[in-house]
Design a protein around this ligand. Structure first.
Ligand SMILES: O=C1O[C@H](COP(=O)(O)O)[C@@H](O)[C@H](O)[C@H]1O
Length: 260
């Protein structure tokens, strides 16, 4: 029986990323203590910027053994790594470089390659680095996700074939705007993670947040983010008050950090 989603609301994006950074550090400490490595998949988009800035602040950064953290990506735009729209490029500048993460711990999607080739080679890489004998899917310690105001997450956009992919781990996909050509991990990968953490901020996402989190019954809703339902792990939604403003059953409130 899947665990119920855990909802936390925060006054603003800064409080939210502080809590997210704290959770990441605690999950990392635990994974490293138990398995000597921490496998985390980063999200794309703009929300991670503030998280990266928080993770590199001295008070947070000194709490984790970054040499044992392996960074992956949930999605990538089909652009070269130095392009301003590259998810890797943002992480490289704001997270990996400041923390001196060795290249051998950074596992990027090659957005400069043809999409099908990039998807196949990233799946091959994931199979090599994350597969366990017991599971046919990778088990990330943490998958970070954002959500667009159309309900997309990673690069799983409403109504596109990537959303219904059930066997491949990584596929090419297509966005309605911005850099259209993308590579994304699939729902099977996301849903087998130990912890999935959505970071969602802003009024523009409040309607979709409400429809997903207060959805009752079996009628389908057209948002890929609603299909994130972990098989065995935890699902957390961190919302700022603006993103939570249309929820009716859980009034926005500030939460203290719980034991991860
Ligand atoms: O395009 C993307 O957007 C979503 C949401 O991003 P945000 O800018 O609203 O934070 C993100 O989850 C995804 O990885 C990214 O490629």
């Amino acid at each position: 029986m899947p665990l119920a989603p855990e909802l936390h609301t925060f006054a603003d994006a800064q409080e939210l990323v502080l809590a997210a950074a704290d959770l990441l550090v605690q999950l990392g400490q635990r994974a490293i203590a138990e398995r000597n490595r921490f496998l985390v998949a980063l999200s794309g988009g703009s929300t991670p910027k503030a998280l990266y800035a928080t993770l590199t602040s001295p008070t947070i950064a000194r709490r984790l053994d970054w040499a044992k953290v392996h960074f992956f990506f949930g999605d990538e735009r089909c652009v070269p790594p130095e392009h301003h729209e590259s998810n890797f490029g943002l992480a490289q500048a704001m997270l990996f470089a400041p923390l001196h993460i060795p290249p051998s711990s950074i596992h990027r999607i090659q957005g400069e390659d043809l999409p099908e080739a990039a998807a196949i080679s990233y799946e091959t890489l994931l199979r090599r680095l994350t597969a366990t004998p017991e599971e046919q899917w990778p088990v990330f310690d943490l998958v970070l996700l954002g959500m667009g105001d159309d309900g997309h997450t990673a690069s799983l956009f409403p109504g596109t074939p990537a959303v219904s992919e059930s066997t491949r781990w990584v596929v090419p996909s297509s966005a309605p705007q911005g850099p259209r050509s993308r590579i994304t991990i699939t729902l099977g990968v996301i849903n087998h993670a130990s912890v999935i953490l959505f970071l969602v901020t802003g009024h523009n996402k409040a309607t979709v947040v409400q429809r997903i989190l207060e959805h009752r019954g079996d009628d389908p809703i057209p948002y890929p983010a609603a299909l994130v339902r972990p098989e065995h792990g935890r699902l957390l939604w961190y919302l700022d008050y603006a993103a939570a403003s249309k929820l009716t059953t859980t009034p926005p409130h500030s939460t203290s950090q719980e034991d991860p």
